[in-house]
Structure formats: structure tokens, C-alpha cells
Design a protein around this ligand. Structure first.
Ligand SMILES: [Zn+2]
Length: 283
């Protein structure tokens, strides 16, 4: 079914804070690090980094959405429970960080069922949100979005208007997709113009590189029109001892290492500016 699409605006649109809870070596679309069979052999970092993030969120009463990789939940079940206990939202980031376009729809549905059960058991929450590995639901016509609605998910946060990771024709602002009686909200990340193109403002290398005032101006523009400003980070971006990675494609190197040292300070400024919210607060 082709969905009907309508823009979704919110009365008081907040800044939404999200993390993709995965290890530094959980890449996809890449031969060496992309093979989960090898993941046990790398130095684990996610538990300690996430504990520090939770500490940082606590004083300001911030709430965040954690898109948890199934593989991480299986290894650190107590970490998922702790995230939920601290009042944050637990959502799903796939089992093994496989790209959506590298899975059949049946395999995709199987992951949703396994992940939802696993995360709901660990968190005691209803798991309502999904983000695909590497933003790999690339258009609103991907039938995976209807499968998400069928499997009881209320929203997706995988589709971006940013070229290379998404398509320029994709929406910049939240939309509601209707598939007959079912619906799903799509929440794009904060984006803006830069380098003669559309770039991700809410995370990754552009968040670390652009002037902070420019990022916040864009965030305020989004929110003034009723669209939440969605920020997206990974625990490994906060790692001052990020293990070196060899032979990975340029896009991964850029995401992992460009201006990485700037993130902790910027992140602290973001938290100091106001209280952050989880997607759950918008449902
Ligand atoms: Zn990821």
C-alpha cells in the first residue's frame, strides 16, 4: 500500500535527544567491521561510555531516546534496564546493524519481532520507535515502513533528506504516514543547508564542525514551525580513546573521527541550553 502522507506539527515542539546504542565497530555496508562474527574480538567500549552519558543527562532532568542494537542488548541486558529505570525511552536499532536494503522484508519483520520482545522484557516499556542502521530506510515508499506499523511501532526515525545517507526529496519535517487503518510517524533528524547541499545538523561531523550558534538557530527555526529538532549521537562519538580503525571507507572515517574531540563540550552546551526530550514525549 502506498501511504498517504501529511505533515505533522506540534504545539510546543521540543528538542529531541537520541542515541544509537551500538559499539564503535558495529558498521554496516563494510566488509571487515561489518561482519558480526568478528565483533567479539574487538575491545568493548559501549557500557562505560553509556554510563557516562546517563550521568551527564541526570542533573538537568533530560530525557532521551536510546535506539538499542539487539546485539548490544543481548550482551549488556542490565544496561538496557538501567536506561529505562532512569526515565529514558528504549527503542530499536535492529539486531545486527544490517542495512534495511540488505534484508528481505521477511528478515526485517523477524528482526522487529525479536528486538521488540527482547527490549520490552528488559525495559518494561512498550517499544514504539525504530531507527534503521545508517539511516538506511531511504524513501517513504519503502514497504518496511508499513511493516513497522503492522508490527506495532508508532514511529520511525530513519528517513533523511540528506544526500548520500538519504534523498534530497525526502521530508525535512515530521510526517504522518497512513496505510489504511494503520499509521506511523516519520521523524527526520535536524538538517540544514551547508556545503552547497543539505547536511545533517543534528549529529555527525557537521554537528561537530558548524558554528554552534548556527546549529541552534536552525533548531529554533524548526521548533518555531512546530517541528521537533532531532539530535542523534552515538556513544563512540564521546570516546576520547576511540580505538583506531583501518581500511574503512571515507564516510565512516568522517563520521567517527572528524573533529571528534569537539563533541563533549558541544554536547554540554546543548544540554545547558534547555531540557531535552524523548520521542515518547511527542506520542
Ligand atoms: Zn547505528
Amino acid at each position: 500500500v502506498t501511504p498517504s502522507v501529511s505533515e505533522k506539527r506540534y504545539g510546543a515542539a521540543p528538542a529531541v535527544l537520541t542515541f544509537d546504542l551500538e559499539e564503535w565497530f558495529c558498521l554496516c555496508g563494510e566488509d571487515f567491521y561489518g561482519d558480526p562474527a568478528r565483533w567479539e574480538s574487538f575491545e568493548p567500549r559501549v557500557e562505560k561510555l553509556t554510563a557516562a552519558i546517563l550521568e551527564a543527562l541526570s542533573p538537568g532532568g533530560h530525557r532521551a531516546t536510546f535506539f538499542v542494537l539487539g546485539w548490544v542488548a543481548l550482551r549488556y541486558p542490565a544496561l538496557v534496564s538501567e536506561i529505562a529505570r532512569k526515565g529514558h525511552e528504549v527503542a530499536f536499532h535492529g539486531m545486527f546493524h544490517r542495512r534495511r536494503d540488505e534484508m528481505t522484508l521477511d528478515a526485517f519483520r523477524g528482526e522487529l519481532r525479536a528486538g521488540k520482545t527482547l527490549l520490552e522484557d528488559l525495559s518494561g516499556q512498550r517499544v514504539a520507535g525504530y531507527r534503521a542502521a545508517a539511516w538506511s530506510i531511504s524513501t517513504l515508499s519503502d514497504p518496511a515502513l508499513e511493516v513497522l506499523a503492522e508490527e506495532g511501532f508508532l514511529y520511525d526515525a530513519s528517513v533523511t533528506p540528506v544526500p548520500v545517507i538519504g534523498r534530497r526529496s525526502n521530508p525535512c519535517f515530521p510526517v504522518e504516514l497512513r496505510f489504511g487503518a494503520r499509521s506511523l510517524i516519520e521523524f527526520p533528524p535536524l538538517s540544514g543547508r551547508g556545503w552547497f547541499s543539505t547536511v545533517l545538523f543534528g549529529g555527525g561531523w557537521a554537528f561537530r564542525q558548524l558554528r554552534f550558534s548556527r546549529l541552534m538557530r536552525r533548531s529554533d527555526e524548526f521548533r518555531a514551525r512546530g517541528s521537533p529538532a532531532v539530535f542523534a549521537f552515538h556513544p563512540w562519538e564521546f570516546d576520547s580513546d576511540h580505538p583506531p580503525m583501518t581500511g574503512v571507507p571515507a564516510l565512516h572515517r568522517l563520521t567517527h573521527f572528524a573533529h571528534a574531540g569537539r563533541l563533549p563540550k558541544r554536547f554540554a552546551r546543548l544540554l545547558a541550553r534547555e531540557r531535552m526530550h524523548a520521542f515518547r514525549d511527542l506520542l
